[in-house]
Design a binder for this molecule. Structure first.
Ligand SMILES: Nc1ncnc2c1ncn2[C@@H]1O[C@H](COP(=O)(O)OP(=O)(O)OP(=O)(O)O)[C@@H](O)[C@H]1O
Ligand SMILES: [Mg+2]
Length: 214
C-alpha cells in the first residue's frame, strides 16, 4: 500500500511508435490491481503550461527551431511537470507514470540532435537533482517498424516525425547506450513482439524490479 511512503516514478521510453502509450495503460492497471494510486503524465506536457510548450515543440511550423532552444523548452516543460505534478504526487504517496522523461532528452537532443550528454545532464542536475525514476522501461523497435505503426494512426506527422531516418537511428542507439550505462534503472523490452508478449515482459519487469517496493 502507498501509506505515508513516497510513491514510485516509472518512466516509459522509446522511439516513435514503439508502443509507450499503449504500455502505459497496461502498467497503470497492473499497479492499480496491487492497490496503488497512479497518476499519469507525459512529456513534453502533463500540465497546462507544459502542454502549451508541447504545442510549440511539435508544431511543424517550428521547423527553424535550433537544438538548444528545443532542449531548453523540453526542460522548461519538464520543470513545470515536476513542480505541478510529479513531486507533489510522489510526496503524497502516489505512483507517477510518465510517458517519456529526461532519457528522452538524452536520446533526442543528446544523440539525435548531437548535442551530447553534457548539456542534458547539466540541465537534469539543475531541474531535478532530487528526482530519478525508480524504473525506466525502454521499448525498443527498429526505426522502420515504429514509423510504420505511427503511419497507421493516420494523424498528420508532428515536427519530430518529419525528421530524417538517421536522426531516429541515433535516437535508438542513444537510448540503448543509456540503458547499458544504467542497468539497475533500465529494463529494455523487445517491443517488436506481439502486444501480449510485450505486456508479459513488462509485467515481469515490474514484478522483478518493483515487487519488493509495493
Ligand atoms: N507490440 C505491438 N505490436 C503491434 N502493434 C503495436 C504494438 N504496440 C503498440 N502497437 C500499435 O502501434 C501504434 C503505436 O503505439 P503507441 O501509440 O503506443 O506508441 P508510442 O510509443 O506511444 O508512439 P509515439 O512515439 O508516437 O507517442 C498503436 O496503433 C498501437 O496500437
Ligand atoms: Mg505515445
Amino acid at each position: 500500500m502507498n501509506g505515508s511512503q513516497r510513491g514510485l516514478l516509472i518512466t516509459l521510453e522509446g522511439g516513435e511508435g514503439a508502443g509507450k502509450t499503449t504500455a502505459a495503460g497496461h502498467i497503470r492497471a497492473w499497479l492499480e490491481d496491487r492497490g496503488r494510486t497512479v497518476v499519469s503524465s507525459r512529456e513534453p506536457g502533463g500540465t497546462p503550461i507544459a502542454e502549451q510548450i508541447r504545442s510549440i515543440l511539435l508544431d511543424p511550423e517550428s521547423k527553424d527551431m535550433g537544438p538548444i532552444t528545443e532542449l531548453l523548452l523540453m526542460f522548461a516543460a519538464r520543470s513545470d511537470n515536476l513542480d505541478q505534478l510529479i513531486r507533489p504526487n510522489l510526496e503524497a504517496g502516489f505512483d507517477v507514470l510518465c510517458d517519456r522523461f529526461t532519457d528522452a532528452s538524452r536520446a533526442y537532443q543528446g544523440a539525435g540532435r548531437e548535442l551530447g550528454l553534457g548539456p542534458v545532464d547539466l540541465l537534469a542536475q539543475v531541474v531535478h537533482s532530487d528526482v530519478t525514476p525508480d524504473l525506466t522501461l525502454l521499448l525498443d523497435v527498429p526505426v522502420e517498424l515504429g514509423m510504420e505503426r505511427v503511419g497507421k494512426r493516420g494523424v498528420a506527422p508532428n515536427r519530430f516525425e518529419l525528421a530524417k531516418h538517421d536522426f531516429f537511428e541515433r535516437i535508438r542507439q542513444g537510448y540503448l547506450a543509456q540503458a547499458k550505462s544504467e542497468p539497475d534503472r533500465f529494463v529494455v523490452i523487445d517491443a517488436t513482439q506481439p502486444l501480449e508478449v510485450v505486456e508479459k515482459a513488462i509485467e515481469q519487469a515490474l514484478e522483478t524490479r518493483l515487487g519488493k517496493k509495493l
